[in-house]
Design a protein around this ligand. Structure first.
Ligand SMILES: [Zn+2]
Length: 247
């Protein structure tokens, strides 16, 4: 269900006070798991870092993870007085390259699929992901119920591609932390797994988030140039763990 992403959303202090995450099973990430580099599918440049930047950092350099960025995020600031959508697309692609580099991902492991921001072609995306997935490979992407139309479309496409190929779908919430509340019955908490981050992974994730100035700082003083990820939103992505929903 697409939900309005407005207002301040649920305060991070509320999430931190919620005891449930401590009871979720931890997802093992070590030398043996996963056995092949996961494919991380980001609807917009930055979702890969917000959702699972710590996981990507823990998988290490080289062939640690592959990143597929579905759109260029050019619609993040409609009506911007500073950057055109074409300029924003170029800026955001460059930010992803820098951020993923900080997580140990080589440029060759990042693919930009070039769908229009706000109009993901689910059929084409499903086919593209199907060619990249193999049985048991982790496909890590935004949850189908995350509330943002692109996040949900990408989640659905990944779910179909995983069904076709036998890959393992791991879905991460991004905007869910904004509109949901602890124990929200609309969220599949029973499928939640915790990825406990090492101190090094947390620190790499912090640096990677800082590599998105177009999103974390205003582009200019006009309301249309406001930061998409102000501090109260970023606070949700500074936790010592990340969350995925398993099948
Ligand atoms: Zn996004």
């Amino acid at each position: 269900m697409v939900r309005p992403i407005v207002g301040a959303g649920t305060d991070e202090r509320t999430w931190r006070a919620w005891p449930a995450p401590a009871t979720w099973p931890a997802l093992a990430v070590d030398g043996r798991t996963p056995t092949t580099p996961p494919l991380v599918v980001a609807p917009h440049p930055d979702d890969e870092v917000l959702g699972v930047g710590g996981l990507v950092a823990m998988l290490g350099g080289g062939a640690g993870a592959e990143i597929a960025v579905v759109t260029d995020g050019e619609a993040s600031h409609p009506g911007s007085t500073v950057h055109s959508p074409v300029e924003l697309a170029a800026i955001r692609r460059a930010e992803t390259a820098t951020a993923c580099g900080l997580l140990g991902v080589a440029p060759a492991a990042i693919a930009h699929l070039g769908h229009p921001d706000g109009a993901v072609d689910e059929t084409a995306l499903t086919d593209a992901l199907t060619t990249r997935l193999t049985p048991g490979r982790w496909c890590v992407t935004t949850w189908r119920g995350d509330g943002h139309p692109d996040h949900e479309a990408v989640g659905r496409a990944a779910a179909v591609a995983c069904r076709r190929t036998g890959a393992t779908l791991l879905e991460f919430p991004v905007w869910t932390w904004h509109w949901a509340e602890p124990d929200d019955p609309g969220v599949p908490w029973h499928r939640a797994r915790r990825i406990d981050l090492t101190e090094a992974a947390r620190s790499a994730k912090r640096e990677a988030i800082d590599a998105f100035p177009s999103q974390i700082r205003p582009l200019g003083p006009a309301p249309a140039d406001a930061a998409i990820l102000p501090p109260h939103v970023l606070a949700r992505f500074a936790r010592p763990y990340e969350t995925v929903f398993v099948p």
